[in-house]
Ligand binder design. Structure first.
Ligand code: FUB
Length: 322
């Protein structure tokens, strides 16, 4: 596969998290729809209310829609807006981690469980204790599971410092270290954090933290972790500068050193992705708003092959295909 493929032209799906389970690729996207809510910086126009699961035997082959696997009305603590999610497998069970606003309009992370990779997923009574903000992604190594999360502006990360809520939202000055994504090991039962979330620090080429004013490189949202040739690749979106970037580290906690751009801007405000190896090739799953004519709340999921240079850096992919 060399060209990008739109995976499901029949409906709007975004933020695709892809994993290989039971020999197939399973995709866990957000489900965009036209709710009529006007666009604003809080992202109220992303008013999603359920999740579907998709599977593929081959990236070029037919895609299966497994239908609705979790809906906002079935989540006991729900307010609104089911944003990005991810799934992890442990001891015969699949755990869906999701972003959702509670009844006070505060984003929390929730967990729902299934015996199958394609759901349905049964939600827990309450969100993960001490969780906040959005965009969970789970990475497993040697039987330990690490959850990464966070997103600024509509994702509310600027309302917290040291895992505590502030009186009011605050950003560091432009020359200060940027707000970081968070990472925590999950408890053995996969339902709670096993430790206080830590900062995912991204360093520049001089070993200094990327600053808040460095908007082409600082973290905004859409954490993803993958491992390649013994190194840990933390990738993310820069939000208002519309880039997917990555940084490399020596362990799941980091720090990570900024390395470059994976995907240049696509049509639509948001960009969000996952990276997975399947049948000996690497793939970038992501979305754009080209099929909806640029309506940024109506996104379509895509896949394209991702390639590495011999030194382990990633070849930049053009978001706008010629
Ligand atoms: O889909 C809603 C939000 O848009 C996601 O949680 C963000 O990462 C952005 O893609």
């Amino acid at each position: 596969m060399k060209r990008t493929r739109y995976l499901f032209p029949q409906d709007y799906m975004a933020d695709p998290s892809a994993h290989v389970f039971e020999g197939k690729i399973y995709i866990y996207p957000s489900h965009d729809w036209e709710s009529g809510i006007p666009e604003n910086d809080n992202g109220d126009h992303f008013n999603m209310k359920d999740y579907h699961v998709f599977s593929l035997d081959d990236v070029d082959g037919p895609i299966t829609d497994h239908g609705v696997v979790l809906a906002v009305e079935n989540i006991p603590w729900s307010g609104r807006q089911l944003w990005d999610s991810d799934v992890a497998f442990k001891d015969s069970k699949y755990y869906l981690y999701f972003s959702l606003k509670d009844q006070n309009d505060i984003f929390r992370l929730g967990v729902a469980i299934s015996d199958k990779p394609y759901g349905p997923f049964i939600p827990q009574e309450n969100p993960i204790k001490g969780s906040y903000s959005i965009d969970p992604c789970v990475f497993e190594e040697n039987g330990e599971y690490y959850i990464y999360f966070g997103g600024i502006w509509g994702g509310q990360l600027q309302r917290y410092r040291n895992n505590k809520a502030l009186e009011s939202a605050a950003f560091p000055a432009d020359n200060e270290p940027a707000l970081c994504a968070k990472v925590a090991r999950l408890r053995d039962d996969m339902l709670e954090f096993a430790e206080e979330p830590r900062d995912v620090v991204i360093l520049d080429e001089n070993g200094q933290p990327i600053t808040q004013g460095d908007t082409d490189r600082r973290f905004f949202e859409a954490s993803w972790m993958h491992k390649y040739n013994g190194k840990y690749y933390f990738s993310y979106s820069t939000g208002d500068t519309h880039l997917l970037c990555y940084a490399i580290g020596d362990n799941p906690y980091g720090p990570f050193t900024y390395k470059g751009v994976i995907l240049t801007p696509v049509i639509g405000w948001t960009t969000h992705h996952s990276i997975v190896e399947y049948k000996g090739k690497w793939y970038l799953f992501h979305h754009d708003s080209a099929p909806s004519g640029g309506r940024t709340w109506l996104r379509s999921m895509k896949v394209v092959e991702l390639e590495y240079n011999p030194d382990g850096t990633i070849k930049t992919i053009e978001g706008l295909e010629k």
